[in-house]
Design a protein around this ligand. Structure first.
Ligand SMILES: *[C@@H]1O[C@H](CO)[C@@H](O)[C@H](O)[C@H]1NC(C)=O
Ligand SMILES: *[C@@H]1O[C@H](CO)[C@@H](O)[C@H](O)[C@H]1NC(C)=O
Length: 449
């Protein structure tokens, strides 16, 4: 090893040991709509306050539904206003490529559907959406089943996503070169997360802590499943998902698939076949989009993707709620290691949530064990780990134990790469007790040694 290599290794080591943890803040969902920034004066004053409070940067969704108003016609006006404000305030910017709809999930104060030229395709062909066993559909994110289908003004979703990222990069190139835009998080599913929409709050389909439902009933996914079953020599396995997997609000013990009482449970050959197919299909979708992102952005910015914190029924052997979301975390599989290994191929950071939560005796909820498992998945595959809290901890008053838990999780397995606080609210910035508690947390994270 040459002298410079040794020196470089030493520096990397040092950085890993004393790394301070930058804190970013998510901007409000309703800060932008089709008319641009909803309240630029307020936003500027909030950005100034965040900067003065020691915050590193701000994360914002870039809503596909606002920007690509017709196929290949992009309107970045609102985001140009935003970018220039962030830059002049001296903050960093983390931009999320949000190919999902805004609205219908926990804490969503917005209604930004997918672009109307996409919705109109869905009006005549409901199978472009993920579907459950009752054939209910979800307009939150296009089904991965049509990734390669040129159904949208002659374009495929994969090419649409790539073109969008290319346009974004070209439009905001000066923010990349000036190091204002430091991270792109790539949305891979509902809520921008790498998952299926297995637990849907909309229309009251799901409430915590139901196991959710498999989403593989659009005709494109069914055709793929049938082909996989036939190739496995069991064409009878290709008719659909397991018929004994309960419904959205079942508990694992209510079902045959997630318990020993069913003859066709998750640990039989059939169960393993189905779960393998379901998770591999999700990972392959993620890989297609992330490899595009890598080819568009190269190493000009950090790239990240988000994994959902499905902590309920983690302590149940079946890990039922994770399974329906596409995380095959049972039968001796380490779902998060498998996902992290795919991210590692493209140098994508692992963005994970629920750092403020603690294990509980109800619903098999084990967020701390889950953070530990995901943290090691990132460490063992050599990728960065970015943390977030799952729920607002300052509504209406912040609770110190939430910040303490985040600090503990962010440091106990070696310091994480960055933390993004969810989210900028009036409660956070206008209440001085809240603001003081938050800024103390920011400086503690910054000096984490
Ligand atoms: C582009 O978006 C802005 C708001 O962000 C809006 O005011 C403007 O009318 C849009 N331009 C076009 C051509 O639609
Ligand atoms: C699944 O079913 C098989 C066969 O009925 C049984 O032997 C096995 O114990 C069950 N597995 C679980 C995890 O319940």
């Amino acid at each position: 090893m040459g002298r410079w290599a040794i020196y470089a290794a030493g520096v990397l080591c040092l950085v890993a040991i004393v790394g301070s943890i930058p804190v970013n803040v998510m901007l409000p969902l309703d800060m932008i709509d089709a008319n641009g920034l909803t309240n630029p004066t307020q936003l500027q004053s909030d950005l100034n306050k965040l900067k003065a409070g020691g915050v590193n940067g701000v994360m914002s969704d870039i809503w596909w539904g606002l920007v690509e108003t017709s196929s290949k016609s992009y309107n970045w006006t609102g985001y140009q206003q935003l970018a220039s404000m962030i830059k002049s305030t001296g903050l960093k910017w983390q931009a999320v490529m949000s190919f999902h709809k805004c609205g219908g999930n926990v804490g969503d104060s917005c209604n930004i559907p997918l672009p109307s030229w996409i919705l109109s395709v869905g009006n005549s062909n409901k199978d472009i959406w993920y579907r459950d066993e009752q054939y209910g559909y979800d307009e939150e994110y296009i089904s991965l089943g049509v990734d390669d289908q040129a159904l949208f003004s002659g374009r495929t979703p994969l090419s649409i996503y790539k073109d969008f990222m290319n346009e974004f990069k070209t439009t905001f190139a000066s923010y990349i070169s000036s190091s204002t835009l430091t991270e792109i998080q790539v949305g891979l599913g509902p809520c921008g997360e790498t998952r299926y929409p297995s637990y849907q709050l909309q229309d009251n389909k799901w409430t915590y802590c139901g196991i959710g439902e498999f989403q593989c009933y659009d005709k494109y996914m069914l055709a793929d499943l049938q082909a996989a079953a036939t190739a496995a020599g069991h064409s009878e396995w290709g008719k659909g998902g397991p018929s004994n997997a309960g419904t959205y609000n079942s508990y694992p013990s209510d079902t045959g698939f997630f318990t020993s009482s069913g003859t066709d449970n998750y640990s039989t050959d059939y169960g393993k076949f189905f779960l393998d197919w379901y998770t591999e299909t999700l990972i392959s979708h993620g890989e297609s989009v992330l490899s595009s992102a890598k080819s568009v952005f190269g190493t000009s910015v950090e790239l990240a993707a988000k994994v959902s914190g499905i902590h309920w029924w983690y302590s149940d052997n079946s890990h039922a709620a994770e399974l329906t979301a596409g995380y095959y975390n049972t039968n001796q599989n380490d779902a998060y290691y498998i996902i992290a290994s795919m991210f590692a191929k493209y140098g994508i950071a692992f963005d994970f949530t629920c750092l403020e939560m603690t294990d509980s005796s109800s619903c098999g909820s084990r967020p701390e064990e889950l953070v530990k498992q995901t943290r090691y998945a990132a460490i063992n595959t050599g990728i960065n780990y970015d943390g977030e809290n799952a729920l607002d901890i300052c509504n209406p008053t912040c609770y110190q134990s939430g910040f303490d838990e985040i600090y503990k999780e962010a440091t106990q397995y070696g310091n994480i790469h960055a933390f993004t606080y969810l989210r900028l609210t009036r409660n956070l910035v206008d209440n001085s007790a809240n603001w003081n508690m938050f800024t103390s947390f920011v400086s503690k994270m910054k000096s984490a040694g």
